[in-house]
Design a protein around this ligand. Structure first.
Ligand code: PGA
Length: 266
């Protein structure tokens, strides 16, 4: 079922609320020097800076013909309107954004008091994923259980519900073309990663859920692991049969380390 060899790895750097547009230029230039030719051809690399850096990076990537694709960290589900502070999918598409993260745990409901300021439900995540497709971009749909849910033995059912509800109403073709990021909430920004066995088991489970609801998409959908991925643990996590890449937070802010993670995927 896995057919890992046919899925091109995707390593995504989620910068979160870090770096202004001048710092962004420096990081991308350094990163471009650190990445080898082989890394560029064997894996896709998407960079997800804050919205304020997108136009600058679009120009830089275009002018220097860099092999990164641009990503965003979030999007509103409506194309325009009275939504103060939000950014729409058509706006992102106009900036040559390719991948849009939706449903990150720092935006989902009930995951952590400090992070969940946005209280997004699966229904909201679903509307956002559809908006991303509507503007011909690719969603990276984040799912993952809290520590409490894992300890209660509910991790698989929680993630299954998130996958089914966040992707509801999409066609098998769309699901085969998107990216699911499995990010256990307790592993994000904590220095704790899931064990290889747990990461593989959950990513295989997600692929099984996709097969159950969108038959045929399971061999195509790319599943990333995320949560404290770093240059030391990347090779092991990215070598797992059902893991097709990584969503990297903290370690994507440092050029050498992120280049080593990309090399591990390639
Ligand atoms: P982290 O973040 O790599 O800093 O744990 C991952 C993410 O939140 O996407």
């Amino acid at each position: 079922m896995s057919a890992a060899a046919t899925r091109r790895p995707l390593v995504s750097g989620n910068w979160k609320m870090n770096l202004n547009h001048l710092e962004a230029i420096q990081l991308v230039q350094k990163l471009s020097l650190r990445l080898g030719e082989g890394d560029r051809t064997a894996a896709d690399v998407s960079l997800h800076p804050p919205f304020t850096c997108l136009r600058t990076l679009q120009t830089l990537i275009d002018a220097d013909r860099l092999s990164f694709v641009l990503g965003a960290q979030d999007v509103h589900w409506e194309p325009s309107g009275a939504f103060t502070g939000d950014v729409s999918a058509p706006m992102l598409a106009k900036l040559d954004v390719t991948y849009v993260i939706v449903g990150h745990s720092e935006r989902r409901a009930g995951h952590s008091e400090r992070r969940a300021g946005h209280n997004e439900t699966d229904e909201v995540v679903n509307a956002k994923a559809k908006a991303v497709f509507g503007s011909k971009m690719t969603p990276i749909v984040c799912v993952g259980e809290t520590l409490e849910q894992r300890e209660a033995g509910d991790a698989e059912s929680v993630v299954e519900t998130q996958v089914k509800d966040s992707l509801a109403g999409l066609s098998a073709e769309q699901v085969g073309g998107l990216v699911v990021a499995y990010e256990p909430v307790w592993a994000i920004g904590t220095g704790r990663t899931a064990s290889s066995d747990d990461a593989q088991a959950m990513c295989a489970h997600i692929r099984g859920v996709v097969e159950g609801s969108w038959s045929g998409a399971e061999s195509k959908v790319r599943i990333q692991y995320g949560g404290s991925v770093n240059p030391t643990n990347a090779a092991e996590l990215l070598g797992l049969p059902d893991v097709d890449g990584a969503l990297v937070g903290g370690a994507s802010l440092e050029a050498d380390g992120f280049a080593r993670i990309v090399a591990a995927a390639a």
